[in-house]
Unconditional design. Sequence first.
Length: 197
Amino acid sequence: MGDIKSAREIAMEKVEKLGEASEEERLRWKYAPEGEKLAARYLKERSNLVAELGKYEAKAARYVVAGASEVLVRNLDLPRDDAARRKNKRAMDGLKTLKQDKASVENVFSGIRRIFDHYQGQGEQQKKQSYESLKAEFTAKVQQAIQQQYGGQPLGFKINVERQPQFQEEWRRVLASLDAQYYKLLDEYKRELAALS
């Protein structure tokens, strides 16, 4: 029978097979997180990206830019409110600064802006229509249930279905479904942005 190896022994064998990390890997491990922190500060505190990047030598700056770009792309989101719109603008401005292929970046941004405009225009109308439709549907169901319970007698009061937990839960589900369409498109553009140099 063969020897039974411990989990540690198996892990050590795998590490030995991997070999020594290259200089490029070590630089990425060290500087990409610094780029992520830089982007977070830029979004929150309005720091100057160009000045901050100037503090790094060329070899390291490449990984700082990659880390910062990743965070900025990740922070692009649907413009639900003014704070989200400001954050999107800030992230896009930062990406324009970091990315070298300015024309391709601007092409992707055009697509993202179309999504945002549609979300704020037709998307809002669609949400209002869906909300009113759901409200009417729930009201009819509640009235029918009450009339069945009380033998068809109309009640002298109205029930606010919008306050019912079932209504709110269904509305969140509908809203998530509507937003999913926009997220799918936005995610495609975000992947394109991440791939640009």
